[in-house]
Design a protein around this ligand. Structure first.
Ligand SMILES: [Zn+2]
Length: 276
């Protein structure tokens, strides 16, 4: 980051000006995803918008290659590694390739209903989808921040019979309960033992890690570049899912959760493990 940078990598607003090639119209309300993708390159052709390099200046591609091993797409308000584009915490935002990313919101739909369409909701949904939830499943969700709470709701929508939400903030657990989840406060009880007790000694059918950045054990982007020891441990969001099909898979699922190396990001593909 540099002094004067404007943060905010997902946002919504009203179109006030359009470029010559934009398909948007003045007055439309749009939710703007954080990826700045061209819509016409190899990756965009495969809907891999987070890998589109065409919005990212060459110097910034070097940083991304150093950190991730490959260039990535430009992002709004998300450091100079992702292009240094000004983000959405502002009165006006310039949106390149505006005919590719923005989602036009129909009249009559309130802002609050769609604000999370470009991130947070899809992140939680994706985690639940990767967990391959089947009707009747019991799903455990680690972390009850906004993404975790959306993962809880997504799991129910995909047919989960029970969702067990795990956190240590009472107000978060209370929110999870409102969405129908059972809860474990890991400061009050041992998570593994509580899960086993709640599932008759079987364990959950699928688990989702929605903890995001851990407060400890995660180096800064700069030190990651220097050390190269943990090239994916940048301070960014993370989601993982795992589906159980055997006791061995359960053991792996626990290991997945604890690993801090190779954390995926919310704007690239989430990690999942299919068992069996
Ligand atoms: Zn592209």
């Amino acid at each position: 980051m540099k002094a004067g940078d404007v943060l905010g990598h997902e946002f919504m607003g009203e179109v006030v000006e359009v470029g010559a090639k934009s398909t948007l119209k003045k007055g439309q309300r749009v939710v703007v995803p954080f990826t700045i993708a061209c819509g016409s390159c190899f990756h965009c052709g495969k809907h891999q918008y987070s890998a589109c390099p065409n919005g990212l200046p060459a110097d910034n591609q070097d940083i991304a290659r150093e950190l991730y091993g490959h260039e990535m797409s430009a992002l709004f308000g998300y450091s100079h590694m992702t292009g240094g584009y000004a983000g959405g915490q502002a009165e006006y935002v310039r949106v390149p390739f505006s005919d590719v990313g923005p989602i036009v919101i129909p009249d009559g739909v309130e802002d609050d209903k769609v604000l999370f369409l470009s991130d947070i909701l899809p992140t939680g949904w994706q985690a639940a989808e990767y967990a391959q939830i089947e009707p009747g499943d019991t799903v455990a969700v680690w972390g009850c921040g906004p993404v975790g709470l959306f993962a809880v709701q997504s799991a129910f929508l995909m047919g989960a019979e029970r969702v067990i939400a795990i956190d240590h903030f009472p107000h978060r657990l209370e929110l999870a309960k409102r969405f129908g989840a059972e809860t474990i406060n890991f400061e009050d009880s041992a998570t593994y033992d509580a899960l086993m007790e709640m599932t008759g000694g079987i364990g959950p059918d699928a688990v989702i890690d929605a903890v995001g950045l851990e407060a400890t054990g995660c180096s800064s982007t700069t030190s990651s570049i220097r050390s190269r020891r943990r090239p994916f441990s940048a301070p960014i969001g993370r989601i993982r899912s795992a589906k159980r099909s055997s006791p061995a898979a359960r053991a792996d699922a626990c290991r997945c959760r604890r690993s801090t190396a190779a954390s995926s990001t919310s704007f690239r593909s989430a990690r999942s493990w299919k068992r069996g």
